[in-house]
Write a protein that binds this ligand. Structure first.
Ligand code: SF4
Length: 63
């Protein structure tokens, strides 16, 4: 599974706050970055929770 952050992300920081094992706010690019290219194992559930919790559905999961 892979994670894509859509361009309409409003950079609220919630995903980084709740799931720092997966998300990082990159100041130079002013964008949320996903820490892992391939989401496996325990991170799959984390990714699903993050996609659910993003208020504007900017976190997309791709199998
Ligand atoms: S929770 Fe959603 S809108 Fe907020 S920073 Fe993360 S991806 Fe962007």
């Amino acid at each position: 599974m892979k994670i894509e952050i859509k361009d309409f992300c409003i950079r609220c920081g919630l995903c980084e706050d709740l799931y720092p094992e997966l998300f990082h706010f990159d100041h130079p690019s002013d964008a949320i970055q996903v820490k892992a290219d391939l989401i496996e194992g325990d991170l799959i559930e984390v990714a699903r929770n993050a996609a659910r919790d993003c208020a504007i559905a900017a976190i997309h999961l791709k199998s």
